[in-house]
Structure formats: C-alpha cells, structure tokens
Design a protein around this ligand. Structure first.
Ligand SMILES: C[S@@+](CC[C@H](N)C(=O)[O-])C[C@H]1O[C@@H](n2cnc3c(N)ncnc32)[C@H](O)[C@@H]1O
Length: 365
C-alpha cells in the first residue's frame, strides 16, 4: 500500500490540521481586505489608524480595527506603535506583500486566489447534495467570486505571456497571426476575455471571436475589451462550445483552461476541429497535472484536486450527459477525447509553465 504519509505521524497530522485552519482564516481575511479595499488604501498611504482606514473605505471602524489586529497577529500587516491606545495605533502594509495583494499587473498578484476559494465554497450545501445524488452544481451558483477570481488570476498571464512567449513558441501559428490578411482567432470558453484581449493586443491585425456559456463572464469580457482599446477587433458572445452548429473559418482555435470544465468535451473538440478546418491550428491549454494517478502527486495536482472536488467536477456535471472530467484531466484523457473528436494527432508543445500544459491537436498523427 502506498500513501503520501509515513506511519506514526498523528501529532504531525494534528499540527497540519491546525495550520490548515490558520491558512483558511488567512485566505478569508485576505478576501475581506481585497473586497473592502483595505489593502489598496493601506498601500496608498504610509500607515493608517482603524478610523482612517474605515473612513477611506466606507466601512465600520470596529470591524476594521478587529481586522487590522488580526492581520497584524497573522504577520501580514505591521503595527507602528503597538503600545498606544487601540484607536491611535497605526498599521501599514509592508512593500514586500503589496505586489501579491494590490498589483494586478504582476505575475505575483495572488489575491484573486482568495476570491476563487470563496467562490468554490459558495454553494457548499448544493455540492454536498450533488455528492449524494450524483447531480451537478451550475457554474452560475459559484457566483462572481469564482468568475472574477478566475479572471484576476488569468489577467496578467494572458496579457503579458500569451503573445510574447507562448504563441511565439509555435512558429507557424505566430507567423500566421502576424501576417495579412488578418487572421481570425476563435477563443473557446473565454471567461472574462483576457486571453482574447491579450492576443489582440500582441497581434495588431487579428480578429478574435471569444465566447462562453456564462453570460456574466461575457459582459465582463466586453467591458474589459473596451478598456483595453480592442473592442473593434475582439467580439464576444454567449455560446456553447459543444454546439454542433458553430460555424466559421479560423487560423487559430484555442481553448484555455476550460476543456476539463465542459460537460461535453468531445463535442467541443469536434467544433474546434470544424472551425479550424484543414489549415487552422487547434490549441488546448489545460492543467499541468501528472501523466497518471500516484499517491505522491505534485503540488500542482494537490491544488487541482482541491478545485476539482469543490467546483470543476460538480460544475461539469451540471449538464447531462456529462463526461465527468474534473480539473485533473490527464494527457491520456485529452488524447482519448481528441481521437473521438476525429483528430489523428496530439502533440505536447515544449512551452514551460508551472500550471499549464500546451497541447496541439492535429488532423494527422
Ligand atoms: C476555468 S474557466 C476559464 C475561463 C478562461 N478561459 C480563462 O482561462 O480565464 C472555464 C470557463 O469555461 C466555461 N465553459 C464551461 N463549459 C462551457 C461550454 N460548454 N461552452 C462554453 N463555455 C463553457 C465556463 O463558463 C468558464 O468561463
């Protein structure tokens, strides 16, 4: 029998549970700080009292004071003068943490993870029911925290890496996207649109059609495209990736971090194949989980199983029939889906990323 843990570790396990509790409180305390604008206000000043922070963020002083003290005891904030009266104490956000908590352009901006976690547990009662009945939980039930948390985590990567590193690493695709006449790109299940916007900004000629089943995500995507000045070349619409009536002809058909979420991934891959035709490229980017299940799964897999048990599997089972994939979609699973969709080849592209694996699906083996 193989297990991740050696025997005789009961004390260590108790310690681990206590640490996990501390981590959980930390996640939700950061969630509060993010949603209520506390970190932004603290980052914009040297140090603030609870009264000043409450007044700058339109919140109630007593709650703010408790949060400031909690953040300090948790080792996130620093207190300038702890011996003075509670209302006189001034708190500050160390510069070293500001990047992770307030700089949304940074690759190290991890604050949206806390929204993803909050979203993942929002329909906990429905998730419990689904485990008992075998049913699913609709994506929309996970709410704005999940969709905006996902968008916040994708944003910097898609805006900065997609067109400068990832697509240039696929030379024929990169060349076509640079060339005239303008190449058309289909972005399947685009969420809040950062991948579509990132591609449009990096390739000034391309025309992008992004779509997603989630209407609220499409509204966000449209607003984001406007802010980033690509609204004339990037069009977003509500649509189902597995719809057999999807039509068009595209030089690149891409699906970022979404095939594992789809109830009918084979139908979606068929649609991708159809839209790419003989000349277009089909790119699937999904989680970099291991080749096969092992008790000693790496840290990425540990994280992906966490999303899977709470969100991706229940959401993917909300529609029937469902392939019941879950976040941990292994390369062999995608290969099987791709072959069933009519592709003859699947190549894993040599693009390095901690979380993503890049697959190119081909008409030829
Ligand atoms: C994890 S999110 C990824 C969103 C975006 N591609 C990104 O990387 O930020 C998965 C997305 O798949 C969408 N989705 C799931 N099934 C879909 C389907 N059948 N058709 C279109 N979108 C779908 C969800 O609405 C959600 O926006």
């Amino acid at each position: 029998m193989r297990s991740r843990n050696a025997p005789g570790l009961e004390d260590a396990f108790n310690k681990r549970l206590l640490e996990a509790t501390r981590g959980t409180f930390e996640i939700f305390s950061i969630y509060l700080g993010l949603r209520l604008g506390f970190y932004g206000a603290l980052a914009a000043s040297h140090a603030l009292t609870s009264t000043a922070l409450a007044s700058r963020t339109g919140t109630a002083e007593r709650y703010v004071r408790e949060w400031l003290e909690q953040q300090t005891v948790a080792g996130i904030l620093m207190v300038e003068d702890e011996a003075v009266e509670a209302l006189e104490r001034r708190f500050r956000l160390p510069a070293a943490y500001a990047e992770a908590l307030v700089d949304q352009d940074s690759f190290n901006y991890l604050a949206p993870l806390t929204r993803l976690v909050a979203g993942a547990v929002r329909p906990l009662a429905a998730v419990l029911r689904a485990y008992r009945t075998g049913g699913g939980v609709p994506y929309d039930d996970y709410g704005d925290d999940l969709r905006e948390g996902q968008a916040g985590m994708s944003r910097a990567m898609f805006l900065k890496l997609l067109g400068s590193e990832w697509l240039p690493a696929i030379p024929d695709v990169h060349a076509r996207l640079m060339a005239a006449p303008p190449a058309r790109i289909a972005d399947f299940a685009c969420g809040a649109g950062w991948s579509s916007i990132g591609m449009a900004r990096s390739y000034p000629k391309v025309l992008v059609d992004g779509f997603d089943l989630d209407a609220a995500s499409i509204e966000l995507a449209r607003a984001n495209a406007k802010v980033w000045g690509v609204g004339d070349r990037v069009k977003f619409g509500v649509g189902d990736a597995s719809d057999p009536h999807l039509a068009g002809s595209y030089a690149l058909v891409a699906a970022f971090e979404c095939v594992h979420d789809m109830s009918q991934p084979i139908a979606a891959l068929k649609a991708m194949r159809h839209l790419a035709g003989e000349k277009g490229a089909v790119l699937v980017v999904d989680e970099r989980v291991g080749e096969s299940f092992t008790a000693c799964g790496n840290d990425v897999e540990w994280m992906m199983y966490g999303w899977s048990i709470l969100h991706c599997l229940p959401a993917g089972k909300a529609d029937t029939p469902s392939a019941e994939t879950g976040t941990v979609m292994r390369p062999e699973t995608l290969r099987r889906y791709a072959m069933e969709a009519g592709f003859r080849g699947m190549e894993i592209l040599p693009i390095e990323n901690l979380f993503f694996r890049f697959y190119r699906l081909r008409e030829q083996g």
